[in-house]
Design a protein around this ligand. Structure first.
Ligand code: MN
Length: 484
């Protein structure tokens, strides 16, 4: 589905590229042995090197390199056997060294892509230009003192992977799908926890507009947007703003903007004229990073099944729709739960219950699927009871709720609460007769042509059976008895 902005000078399309910073899961920082636990007391996880003490040298943490290589596989990208660390020079109070060690023209990963599934079921391929590793900066804290700012260097030197997409994204929806897929991939691999609200995944959004077929327009970069929803809102606002400027005869200046999530708008931070020259140069304290084939092959073998492969397998082996498969694999734990619940049972029904009733119930309880009161095995059994006619879909709603509340298996609940479906024709007939006998006026109305009353009779009879009558049989019998 294309995302088009209608203007007075014709249709406009939006062109988006995303730069995502992912904090690497590791025991220590990229170039020092300091720990990296999130939420620790300020300045308790700082080595002399992280604090910029003179004479301290960086020592590369290979765990971070391995995480980057695995992530490169996840991005279907080329792992470069030689990459080079470079200094990106700028001064800021949360950067004690006065430079960030990053990678410039020789990144560790280049030329990849990920495929995302859109709401209409279509697949879109989004190119990845590169991924490099670099240090994170510390944090300034401005709200602890009326006139002073504090600095916390716990985050200084933590490894980041910066993943740069090609400008292949054409709508807020595609940007959202790309970020969800990316988050899913790094979580499956275990290279980043993907928590945008904790800042372990942060997104810079490059936005420009053009008439379809024209060359790319000038772009604005929206810095550090910290939720997928905000990224989508920022693109929507910024693209409309640019169209307005252009249609009024103005021009877009290349600039850095920030997103105001309260107002839902973007604002100028700095223009290109004041942009910093980072004076990149290769870091003389670090030799080029060379990877041997053995390491690359070992890591390739250690790769888990990734969301894309799992999605395909769920569609192929379990017959679920692409859209359901997308929802089921987004989180590793959901995928594992589905597989356990679906094995040997009606997988499509199992998928429906997970994505519908189970998600809603867990949401209400505020629990992750790993703590679900309904086990995967019990959900599978409940679906069996529906398939073999022991309970109706309607009664299943109640059975499911009892399973959530009491944690018991469905057979026990059906037996204890007497929820077995009535499929005995004689028993249902008796109830239908009673309902008709109690409402002679309605029967007369129906017979004089008021067909709509059929639904009313079905409802009354179902209620009289306490919801336990087999719906199809009940329907047939009501119809038959009314036409006598
Ligand atoms: Mn960066």
């Amino acid at each position: 589905m294309s995302y088009i902005i209608k203007g007075e000078t014709g249709d406009w399309e939006v062109v988006v590229g995303l730069e995502v910073h992912c904090e690497v899961i590791s025991k220590a920082k990229l170039f020092s042995g300091a720990a990296v636990t999130f939420g620790a007391e300020p300045n308790t996880q700082v080595d002399f090197f992280d604090a910029g003490f003179p004479g301290m040298l960086p020592v590369l943490n290979h765990e971070c390199v391995e995480q980057a290589i695995k992530t490169g596989f996840g991005l279907n990208a080329t792992i470069n056997k030689m990459s080079i660390f470079a200094r990106k020079n700028y001064y800021y109070a949360d950067l004690p060294n006065g430079y960030q060690i990053s990678q410039s023209d020789h990144p560790i990963v280049s030329d990849g892509h990920i495929d995302v599934t859109l709401e209409n079921g279509e697949t879109k391929r989004i190119g990845i230009e590169r991924m490099h590793i670099e240090q994170d900066a510390g944090k300034l804290i401005h709200d602890q003192h009326p006139s002073k700012s504090f600095v916390d260097l716990n985050r200084a030197g933590v490894a980041l992977m910066e993943i740069v997409s090609r400008p292949d994204i054409r709508s807020p929806e595609e940007a959202g799908a790309y970020l969800r897929e990316l988050r899913s991939i790094v979580r499956y691999i275990g290279s980043c926890d993907g928590n945008m609200d904790e800042g372990s995944m942060r997104c810079d959004v490059n936005v420009s507009v053009r008439h379809p077929g024209e060359p790319y327009g000038t772009r604005a970069e929206i810095k550090n947007v910290n939720s997928i929803r905000f990224v989508m809102q920022a693109i929507e606002y910024e693209s409309k703003r640019q169209v307005e400027v252009l249609e009024e005869g103005g021009r877009i200046v290349q600039e850095t903007r920030k997103f105001d999530s309260v107002k839902g708008i973007t604002k100028t931070m700095r223009s290109k004229e004041t942009a910093i020259d980072y004076r990149y140069f290769y870091d003389p304290d670090l030799i080029p990073l060379r990877l041997d084939d053995e390491l690359i092959e070992r890591l390739r073998k250690e790769m888990p099944e990734l969301p894309a492969a799992k999605r395909e397998r769920f569609i192929r082996d379990f017959g679920v729709t692409p859209y359901d498969a997308e929802q089921l694999v987004a989180e590793k734990d959901t995928a594992a739960y589905f597989e356990r619940a679906a094995k040997g049972h009606d997988a499509k029904k199992v998928a429906n219950y997970i994505l519908g009733d189970l998600f809603a119930a867990l949401n209400k309880l505020g629990k992750p699927i790993t703590e679900s009161p309904v086990s995967a095995e019990n959900l599978g059994k409940m679906v069996d009871l529906i398939v073999d006619g022991t309970i109706s879909t309607r009664i299943a709603k109640d059975v499911f709720q009892f399973m959530i509340d009491e944690g018991k298996d469905p057979e026990t609940i059906v037996a204890e609460k007497g929820l077995k479906q009535v499929t005995d024709t004689g028993a249902i007939e008796k109830i239908v007769d009673e309902v008709l006998a109690a409402n002679p006026d309605k029967v007369a109305e129906y017979k004089s042509g008021k067909d709509k009353l059929l639904g009313w009779f079905v409802g009354q009879t179902m209620r009289a059976s306490k919801g336990k009558a087999n719906p199809a049989m009940l329907n047939d019998l009501v119809k038959k008895k009314l036409s006598l």
